[in-house]
Ligand binder design. Structure first.
Ligand code: TYM
Length: 334
């Protein structure tokens, strides 16, 4: 049976890339009447330094973001990773299955560790093994993510295959990455060659889900573009990363294809297209930020949702971990 799992790090600055590449897709899966499990991956977040008070706030804010974006905590299972201990327990087993060389090849490791790898945390290096555990501790079959997570999902398959092979079992499924839509890689509004990211020092580079209508409109007005009009065919976006990015964002927000957007907007100057995009973005995103702010007023309710979801999750994860321990050869408690 199909089962969907995905996660987002509670490391602040939830942005338009997270929304279009992940959150909005999560809502689509929820509507399909398939079991959906969505996770605030706080254990992943601490692979780089997080101020403890900020981490708590970001985790609650992320949960509010899920709900404001349309995730129903009754229909989907919303969890906090650290409250479902089987994630970290299975990750240890996977640390012993995965190879150092596999981890070393991860581009996210190379990017995040930077030049001084010796000084990066061991957790940052092992990050993908914990991610594989997140997914496989549910035997999840589908994982909707943005393009930047593709390599991690390939590694998840490699871990499942090696585990099954080493122990001579057919236990962990091979998971399908689901990378779809017009905005699987939303770029910075200031530089079309850089991914929109939580950690970009320039706030103008991204639209945060907590931005109000004025901030959203202003950032789009100031977004970097080139001087030409929009083309009416997709090929015309070749070599125009900023133009392509704004068109992709428009298409994803309006649930259209890029072709449809260009059929409409082709020939227009950015002076005309940007206000169209700003209006669309404000109409789709401002209600989310308003709802997030409202939900954040009631922290107890958010904590209850995460706690209840995490308990529901353990009904799935505990038996799978028990079986894994048995396969590996651990003597169970009596
Ligand atoms: P994170 O927290 O960096 O990002 C969360 C989701 O948002 C997507 N995303 C983007 N999509 C399009 N354009 C962008 N500019 C952009 N930036 C981010 C990401 O692809 C992701 O889907 N390792 C994961 C979290 C994780 C996870 C998992 C995901 C942990 N365990 C298990 C899936 C399954 C991460 O750091 O995502």
């Amino acid at each position: 049976t199909p089962r969907v799992f995905s996660g987002i790090q509670p490391s602040g600055n939830l942005h338009l890339g997270n929304y279009l590449g992940a959150l909005k897709r999560f809502v689509d899966w929820q509507a399909k009447d398939i079991e959906t499990i969505y996770c605030m991956v706080d254990l992943h977040a601490i692979t780089v330094w997080q101020d403890p008070a900020d981490l708590k706030k970001s985790t609650r804010e992320l949960c509010a973001g899920f709900i404001a974006a349309g995730i129903d905590p009754e229909e989907s299972i919303l969890i906090n990773q650290s409250q479902v201990p089987e994630h970290a327990q299975l990750a240890w087993i996977f640390n012993c299955v995965a190879r150092m060389g596999w981890m070393q090849r991860m581009t996210q490791w190379k990017d995040k560790a930077g030049k001084n790898q010796q000084n990066a945390s061991l957790g940052l290096f092992a990050y993908p093994a914990l991610m594989a555990a997140d997914i496989l501790v549910y035997h999840a079959t589908h994982v909707p993510v943005g393009e930047d997570q593709k390599q991690h999902l390939e590694l998840t398959r490699d871990i499942a295959i090696k585990f099954n092979h080493d122990f001579g079992v057919d236990f962990f499924p091979e998971t399908e990455p689901v990378i779809e839509g017009a905005a699987t890689r939303v770029m910075s509004l200031r530089d079309g060659s850089k991914k929109m990211s939580k950690s970009d020092p320039s706030d103008a580079s991204r639209i945060n889900l907590t931005d109000d209508a004025d901030a959203i409109a202003k950032k789009i007005r100031k977004a970097k573009t080139d001087p030409d009009a929009l083309p009416s065919e997709v090929e015309g976006l070749e070599g125009r990363p900023e133009a392509r990015n704004l068109v992709n964002i428009y298409a994803a927000l309006n649930e259209q294809t890029v072709e449809q957007v260009l059929a409409d907007a082709g020939g227009r100057q950015f002076s005309e297209f940007k206000p169209m995009l700003a209006d669309l973005a404000v109409s789709k995103l401002a209600p989310i930020s308003t709802e997030m702010a409202r939900l954040m007023q009631n922290q107890d309710e958010i904590d209850k949702i995460l706690s209840r979801g995490s308990q529901r999750a353990r009904e799935i994860t505990a038996p799978i971990l028990r079986k894994t321990y048995d396969i590996v050869g651990m003597v169970p408690p009596v």
